[in-house]
Design a protein around this ligand. Structure first.
Ligand code: AFP
Length: 345
């Protein structure tokens, strides 16, 4: 069997492009090495002390698990060794300046989905690599289109790294025989429409009318205006949902809702939605708040939240059209439902 390309060889080729690519390749390599270490700790689960135990709350107000803190420390230490100018993490109040002579900054969620740890479900690490503008303080105030690279690692049955350098999406798997990430899928593409959606249905009473109408149409299946049945998933781990969508297509929705603190949804723009949106778009999908393209947004604060609707491009566009169409209660009869491939009548 031909040797699979290692992440190290892949990054070596990329790093020759220019100074930013060289710095970005160094940061990605450092993050990948840190994630291999995190992968072993998550795999040990309860054997490695109380990894899933709550140990406080982070700056964004989320419950912090012991493993969140450990993962943050591992990645922060790795990036301090790499040539990075400034870091922003879900687990820290504000950005940390490392080496101002570097050309890149890194925003990361060290452990996404950490409420899944104690139930042995997939969790992950998400990262976004951005250029440093003239004013270092504005590094994390740029729109998502400024990103140089983005990726996430899923600690599931397989430890996989999904990566975009701005020219498509490639996937690597951790080869435990030699401790290296190896290329398993090149130029991943997401089908434009789908019959599988992911949303936390328990929040239905809190959603705005558009999301309620849209999901009710999904649930109505063949008998409804959609004209086809759907499958539903909700893993409670953004990286696992994104990986599934990159593998077999689909649509993910974490909309804004009426609960206190959820007026902009739950997910963070800088180190969750921006990197995931970059990857999804690079794979031919779409990522939106329902009213705006995620990558066109710039964060005002490090832990700013955003609604996120991402995956199959035709279906994301359809939800955007629903938001732009007339009164919500007319939406189920909206001409859109009659003319969309997704909603065959
Ligand atoms: P945690 O990191 O606090 O577990 O949150 C995970 C997450 O940000 C994202 O990965 C999931 O898609 C989403 O929250 C799950 O949210 P609900 O628990 O409200 O369903």
């Amino acid at each position: 069997m031909s040797e699979r390309q290692s992440l190290k060889e892949y990054l070596k080729q990329y790093s020759q492009a220019d100074a930013s690519a060289w710095h970005a390749a160094g940061a990605i390599g450092a993050i990948a090495k840190a994630c291999i270490q995190i992968s072993y700790i998550t795999a040990d689960g309860a054997l490695s002390a109380s990894a899933g135990a709550a140990c406080g709350t982070n700056a964004g107000g989320d419950v912090q698990k012991e493993l969140d803190v450990r993962a943050d420390a591992i990645i922060r230490s790795a990036l301090t060794e790499a040539h990075v100018a400034i870091l922003a993490s879900e687990e820290a109040d504000g950005p940390q300046t490392i080496d101002p002579s570097s050309r890149i900054g890194v925003a990361f969620d060290p452990l996404d989905g950490s409420s899944n740890i104690e139930v042995n479900m997939a969790v992950g690490t998400i990262f976004s690599i951005v250029p440093v503008p003239d004013d270092l303080r504005r590094t994390f105030r740029q729109s998502g289109t400024a990103q140089i690279a983005a990726g996430f690692v899923v600690y599931g049955p397989q430890t996989s790294l999904v990566l975009t350098l701005g020219k498509g999406v490639d996937i690597f798997a951790l080869d435990r025989a030699d401790g290296e990430f190896k290329l398993i899928r090149r130029n991943v593409r997401i089908p434009p429409d789908t019959a599988e959606f992911a949303i936390n249905l328990s929040n239905r009473r809190h959603w705005d009318p558009v999301v309620r109408v849209f999901i009710d149409q999904c649930l109505a299946g063949e008998e409804g205006v959609l004209g086809k049945d759907f499958n539903m998933r909700w893993i409670g781990s953004l990286v696992a949902e994104a990986y599934r969508i990159l593998t077999r297509g689909g649509l993910f929705l974490y909309p804004a809702d009426a609960r206190a603190g959820y007026s902009d949804g739950r997910l963070r723009l800088l180190y969750e939605a921006h990197p995931i949106a970059f990857i999804i778009e690079q794979a031919g999908g779409a990522a939106s708040t329902g009213r705006a393209r995620i990558l066109d947004l710039a964060a005002d604060t490090v832990h700013q939240r955003t609604p996120l609707i991402m995956g199959a491009s035709d279906d994301v566009r359809f939800v955007e059209n629903l938001y732009a169409s007339p009164e919500p209660n007319d939406r189920a009869k909206a001409p859109l439902f009659a003319h969309r491939g997704f909603f065959r009548v």
